[in-house]
Ligand binder design. Structure first.
Ligand code: GLA
Length: 734
């Protein structure tokens, strides 16, 4: 039954039962339901979230009181955690919200339900909003808080949404990390007390903890079985996720902007809109919840989520700041000869009065350093054209350095508390520009706009952000709005990005922030991808990309082949393994090709050709994680399958190496049991083919037994090493 029909049926039910207490509202996606009790004049309460309810189930819920308030407010209830807490101008700290009405609007892709609440005494309103998609199991939840009072109301706490989760053996999966070690998976049982996951960076928000979580409801998390609730806060600024477990039957989950040092003074007549919390439910385990996030992300959030990404070479690890015309031309020639499609010139190309030779100057002075690039960007674009590839460029537009012409001209543009000296970041000179200031917004927009106006052929921008907000203070905001700085920074950022996207919808833009500091669904509507980490070590990437894939699809995860020994870990990993890991995301290179042997270049050339063949499967397919590196079984494995289940790519990476270690045989998932699949190894380096090469297996067999993968590569003696990996291409045959 489609959504419209269901809603109609449901309204019928309400009318039948009549009365104040039976006004239930069902928010549904194809396979999930969120049920609310919304009696006019009464409290909005949550009855249920999970697998889709039938009409009979809905009838059973009629008249039930529900688990808890759908959006708990502070004041009359004080002993539990709340989503919203305010102080009215008269000093009153309480709220008591009652349902005024419920409205639904039906769009092509989604149904929006808005429950309007009004305080019983004050003209203070909350719209509790839900957007339920019709083709993917995601419900976005947020609130719109309106002050109808005569004077400002202070918001002390303003979560986006709340969800009670039934206690039992509930496990939490979330990401925790550091710079160069982002996206590490943490899995832990939920116990009594409060679990808080938060960020206070100000500018970026995913180096350490992530604003997304999954709850496995049936005990220890499993990838392909069990009920899972997933939640992703779509916000690029400070956030706080709270899971409170005290003395009742539920874990109480709240998610929203981090209110610490951010009390918000809501003016008379002003509406505060909280960021969305995207909720999903799956009974296909963690991977099932990931697939829901990925599908929704590609379809509705990620910039150009339906377009395949180009294979690129980025200059950073190849030359660092040593930018010059000849060097760029040589790198372009090399990536073109290997089949790549794009070259990105990283940091170091700009600065006139102050050349950018190190990380301690010039941010803000976005003019070409003619000493390094006498022919300017025009010369580089001409080179790219000559080599038949596209050209991209690095910028860090939200920042400046004390050593820059910009700072000399506009010291008032930086974030800094009055009467305090600036707190300096990277290079001992970096500063964050104050995006709450419209002049700064125009400047930052202009960085992209000027480049694109002058050089419309630029195909790709790497947008970096290498400093947190320090020194809390805006030279633009008035004294009584200083606590709005974090929020206004991100409103300013959003305004700039909206303008850029309105004018340049097709430009590919990468969100980089000292590596993976901007992997969040609040950022990605303006960005095509993000840099997963400044750590390009293939083994560590297996762990980081595994965690990151919980919430983000491969198409958004920039994953580059880099040099050995690796520049961050100094580990020496053979090229085959480095390729096989990079090929499980958005493939690129981050290396000086000049230093590669002909044999290495040939291996990369072959890999790029093979990647082109599987690119739609990796970038647009469904992810099935099979064996987790975190389980320490000696290997990690995952696969991507097309929605039609006619093609798949299987990845297998050893994570440690011992003689006769007896690795488990990996059982596949996501295939059609009734289809027959022919197996072909990609990126083969072995002297002899695998025993499964060219053979045909049923999906049922592969999902019950998997394939036998040799532990080592059969190569000449001097080429043997300790890192084995395999990539298998599966294609359905008649
Ligand atoms: C950050 C990025 C890197 C690189 C450098 C350039 O650290 O994460 O990829 O662009 O800046 O300075």
């Amino acid at each position: 039954m489609n959504l419209k029909k269901r809603m109609k049926t449901f309204v019928g039910l309400c009318l039948l039962s009549g009365g104040l207490f039976a006004q239930n509202v069902c928010v549904s996606t194809p396979n999930t339901s969120l049920l609310l009790s919304a009696p006019e004049g009464g409290e909005l309460r949550i009855l249920y979230y999970g697998q889709k309810l039938t009409d009979a189930d809905l009838r059973t819920f009629e008249g039930e009181r529900g688990i808890d308030a759908a959006y708990p407010v502070y004041g009359l209830t004080c002993i539990t955690e709340t989503a919203l807490s305010v102080q009215h101008a008269d000093g009153n700290m309480t709220l008591q919200m009652a349902v005024e009405n419920v409205a639904t609007t039906d769009a092509d892709n989604a149904t929006e339900t808005t429950v309007r609440l009004k305080d019983k005494v004050y003209p203070f309103y909350i719209n509790v909003c839900y957007r339920a998609y019709k083709d993917v199991d995601i419900i976005e939840a947020w609130t719109e808080i309106t002050n109808g009072e005569k004077k400002p109301v202070t918001l002390n706490q303003f979560a986006s949404a709340y969800l009670p989760i039934r206690r039992g053996e509930v496990w939490l999966s979330h990401l925790h990390g550091s710079w160069a070690n982002e996206g590490r998976l943490v899995q832990e049982p939920l116990v009594s007390g409060m679990k808080v996951i938060k960020n206070k960076d100000g500018a970026r928000n995913s180096h350490t903890d992530h604003a997304e979580v999954m709850f496995s409801l049936d005990g220890q998390p499993r990838e392909n079985q069990g009920r899972v609730i997933g939640a992703a806060l779509c916000y690029g600024g400070n956030y706080k996720l709270r899971i409170d477990t005290h003395d009742d039957e539920y874990h109480h989950f709240f998610a929203g902007i981090n209110e610490d040092n951010s009390a918000y003074h809501l003016e008379k007549g002003e509406t505060f809109v909280t960021p969305q919390l995207a909720l999903t439910y799956s009974d296909e385990g963690l991977s099932g919840a990931s697939r829901n996030f990925h599908r929704w992300g590609r379809e509705y959030k990620l910039a150009n989520g339906d377009k395949l990404r180009k294979i690129l070479l980025n200059s950073w690890e190849g030359v660092y700041f040593d930018i010059n015309q000849e060097g760029m031309d040589q790198m372009m020639a090399d990536i073109a000869s290997m089949g790549g499609e794009l070259f990105v010139m990283d940091d170091g190309w700009f600065g006139d009065k102050y050349p950018r030779n190190k990380d301690n100057s010039s941010l803000g002075d976005w003019v070409v350093d003619q000493r390094k690039l006498p022919e300017g960007i025009e010369g580089l674009l001409a080179d790219a054209k000559k080599h038949g590839i596209e050209f991209g460029i690095w910028i860090e537009p939200e920042m400046t350095n004390t050593v820059s012409e910009l700072y000399e001209q506009h010291p008032e543009w930086i974030i800094k508390a009055p009467q305090r000296e600036p707190v300096l970041g990277r290079g001992g000179t970096q500063l964050v520009l104050d995006l709450s200031n419209p002049e700064v917004q125009d400047f930052v927009f202009g960085v992209v706009d000027n480049l694109m106006t002058k050089y419309p052929e630029i195909d790709y921008i790497k947008w970096d952000a290498n400093m947190p907000i320090s020194n809390h203070g805006s030279q633009y905001l008035p004294a009584d709005k200083q606590s709005h700085l974090y929020i206004e920074y991100h409103r300013g950022f959003a305004k700039v990005c909206d303008r850029i996207r309105a004018k340049y919808p097709d430009l590919t833009i990468q969100a980089c922030a000292s590596g993976g500091g901007r992997a969040n669904w609040g950022i990605l509507p303006w960005f095509d991808e993000f840099w997963v980490s400044d750590d390009t070590d293939a083994l560590q990437r297996v762990y980081m990309q595994w965690g990151t894939s919980y919430f983000f699809p491969a198409i958004a995860m920039a994953s580059h082949i880099s040099a050995a020994p690796n520049h961050q870990t100094f580990r020496t990993i053979p090229l085959k393994y480095r390729i096989d890991v990079a090929m499980s995301g958005r493939l690129g290179m981050e290396i000086q090709p000049k230093n590669m042997t002909d044999e290495e270049k040939a291996l990369c050339k072959n890999a790029i050709a093979e990647y082109k063949q599987i690119r739609p499967i990796v970038q647009l397919g469904d992810l099935y994680r099979l064996v987790s590196p975190y389980d320490k079984l000696g290997l990690a494995s995952l696969m991507y399958v097309t929605p039609e289940k006619d093609k798949a790519v299987f990845y297998w990476w050893k994570t440690e190496h011992f003689v006769n270690q007896h690795l488990p045989r990996v059982v596949m998932a996501g295939l059609d049991p009734d289809k027959l699949y022919k197996v072909h190894e990609l990126n083969r380096i072995d002297n002899v083919p695998l025993s499964c090469e060219g053979k045909v297996y049923s999906g049922a067999y592969l999902m019950a037994n998997g394939l036998e993968i040799p532990y080592n590569h059969i190569v000449d003696y001097h080429k043997q090493n300790d890192y084995a990996s395999r990539v298998l291409y599966l294609e359905a045959v008649k």
